[in-house]
Design a protein around this ligand. Structure first.
Ligand code: SP5
Ligand code: ZN
Length: 344
């Protein structure tokens, strides 16, 4: 399987994030991709190539212009006031307040942010736009006839909506890829999100559309981030009614519960009969993940890949979360190799 990768991800290296009320070292860090690249080389998964340099057009199809302007300038404006440290919000347009965009950078951070653990650093724009380019390039390879490809993206994307950054995500790489597939002629695209966390950004972007099916397996949002989206009764609206399927599962879920849920998701995708599929892949469902509470093993990732590979559709895999860095390469490549091996 071909991997698309850009070294520019290294430009984004947040110092800290908030966990349990204190600032701790950020778990979403460059070493994650080193682990995956090393394992790709070890097992000889396939070639690794850079993205095509497709620019911002694919990004603009998914994100709003004011949001992109904010993301691009945000850290520069912040630095003029606070120096070269990571920018983070502290105040939000909560219930009872007016949701109009403030003028100051502190206010605008709260306006566009969904949480306090997704810092905007001096290199965030460069890394996030490179990741979007990686995903868009992967989608082009699928549109041109590849059966599978791996977009090795960082920072991840599935929590980012058209105009909100959160959950370590700034630009929604998977949504950008799905839109590229639509724009390159796919009439129907399915997004299967198997990161531990619900893909709230992707769901929101496609919620009213019938041409993109969104299926997500994740920890129950009643007890896990992102908390405010991802319940089973969210099924889409308008033209998108019936084109969202959420399969939330309890903390502690292992393969005995996860496997059958995946089959339900794959059945829905089969019925939708998409021309192509985007898999938002997170390895944070792993037993040893430091911020998550599912119990999948290294072998389970091979099983997931095998089940998904059997669906007989072209598949672009887009990297999302996974924070047990030492096991991340093995788990991810187990998934990819099994997926490719099961494809017809
Ligand atoms: C892409 C992705 O996986 N984003 C995840 C963002 C999760 N942010 C919230 C982290 C909350 C961590 N709570 C830790 C409890 C550890 N015992
Ligand atoms: Zn996640």
């Amino acid at each position: 399987m071909i991997t698309i990768y850009s070294d520019d991800h290294r430009a984004h290296h947040a110092a800290r994030e908030m966990q349990g009320g204190v600032a701790v070292p950020a778990v979403e860090k460059p070493a994650r991709l080193d682990s995956i690249l090393a394992r790709i080389g070890e097992v000889g998964l396939g070639p690794v190539r850079p993205p095509d340099g497709l620019g911002l057009d694919p990004v603009r199809r998914v994100h709003t212009a004011p949001y992109l302007a904010f993301l691009e300038q945000g850290h520069t404006l912040w630095s003029e006031q606070f120096g070269d440290i990571d920018a983070a919000p502290f105040s939000w347009p909560a219930r009872g307040l007016r949701g109009i965009e403030p003028k100051s950078i502190e206010g605008r951070l709260g306006y566009y942010a969904g949480d306090v653990s997704t810092p905007i650093t001096g290199g965030t724009w460069r890394a996030a736009t490179a990741a979007a380019d990686v995903a868009a390039t992967g989608a082009c390879l699928i549109a041109d006839g590849a059966r599978s490809a791996f977009a090795l993206c960082r920072p991840p994307g599935h929590h980012a909506s058209a105009d909100v950054f959160n959950g370590y995500c700034y630009l929604n790489n998977a949504a950008i890829a799905a839109q590229v597939l639509c724009d390159r002629g796919a009439g129907r695209v399915a997004v299967l999100d198997i990161d531990y966390h619900h893909g709230n950004g992707t769901q929101d972007i496609f919620y009213r559309r019938g041409d993109v099916l969104f299926v997500s397996l994740h920890a129950d949002p009643a007890v896990e981030y992102p908390f405010f989206l991802g319940h089973a009764d969210e099924v889409g609206e308008g033209a998108g009614a019936g084109a969202t399927l959420n399969l939330p599962m309890p903390l502690g879920t292992g393969y005995a519960v996860y496997g059958p849920a995946l089959d339900r998701g794959l059945d829905a995708i089969d019925r939708f009969a998409p021309d192509a599929m985007v898999v938002s892949f997170g390895a944070d469902t792993y037993d040893g993940d430091p911020i998550s509470a599912f119990r999948l093993t290294g072998d389970d990732f091979s099983r997931l890949g095998q089940r998904i590979g059997r669906i007989a559709r072209p598949v672009l895999v887009v990297m999302e979360g996974g924070y047990a860095v030492d096991a991340l390469g093995r788990n991810t490549v187990n998934f990819l190799a099994a997926l490719e091996g099961a494809q017809t």
